[in-house]
Design a protein around this ligand. Structure first.
Ligand code: 4NP
Length: 146
C-alpha cells in the first residue's frame, strides 16, 4: 500500500487489508510505504489512527517508511493511492514485469477508471471517506482471492 507520506492513506489501507486477511483467514503479508521520506519513523497521523479505531482496527504498531526498489521483488501486488504515487513508483520499477505489479487501489472497486484516493492531509473530514473507499476496494480484492 503506497501513498505520499505513509502517514494518512496507506496506513489505513494496510490496517484495513490486514483486518480482512484475519477475517478471511488468508496467509498474506501486507505492508505500506510512502514515495517520500519526510515522515519516516513516524506513527500514522492521529486522524488515521482515530478513524481506524472507530472501525475496530488498531494501526498504532505502524511506523512510516519510504518505498524502496526491493519492494518490487518482495511483493506480488503494489497498490498506489493516486496517480502521482503511480508515476513516482513506476519510475523506480526495475523492469516492465515489476511495473505490472502496480495499480491504483480504487481500480479494484472501479475497474479501469483510474480513480484516486484523495489526500486527506489538509482535510480533517476526508479521513472517513478515505476509509470507506479503501475498505470497499480491499473487500473487492480479497473476494477475488478467497
Ligand atoms: P499521505 O498524506 O500521503 O496519505 O500519507 C500526506 C501526508 C503528509 C504530507 C502529504 C500527504 N505532507 O505533505 O507532509
Amino acid at each position: 500500500m503506497v501513498c505520499l507520506g505513509n502517514i494518512c492513506r496507506s496506513p489505513l489501507a494496510e490496517g484495513i487489508m490486514k483486518d480482512k486477511i484475519k477475517k478471511y483467514q488468508l496467509d498474506w503479508e501486507v505492508d505500506s510505504a510512502g514515495t517520500g521520506s519526510w515522515h519516516a519513523g513516524e506513527l500514522p497521523d492521529v486522524r488515521s489512527i482515530d478513524t481506524a479505531r472507530k472501525y475496530g482496527i488498531d494501526i498504532t504498531d505502524q511506523r512510516a517508511r519510504q518505498f524502496k526498489t526491493a519492494d518490487f521483488d518482495h511483493f506480488d501486488q503494489i497498490f498506489v493511492m493516486d496517480r502521482a504515487n503511480r508515476r513516482d513508483i513506476l519510475r523506480l520499477a526495475p523492469s516492465t514485469a515489476h511495473g505490472a505489479k502496480v495499480d491504483l487501489m480504487l481500480n479494484q472497486s472501479s475497474p479501469g477508471e483510474d480513480r484516486e484516493v484523495p489526500d486527506p492531509y489538509y482535510d480533517d473530514d476526508g479521513f472517513e471517506m478515505v476509509f470507506r473507499m479503501v475498505d470497499e476496494a480491499c473487500e473487492q480484492f480479497v473476494r477475488q482471492h478467497v
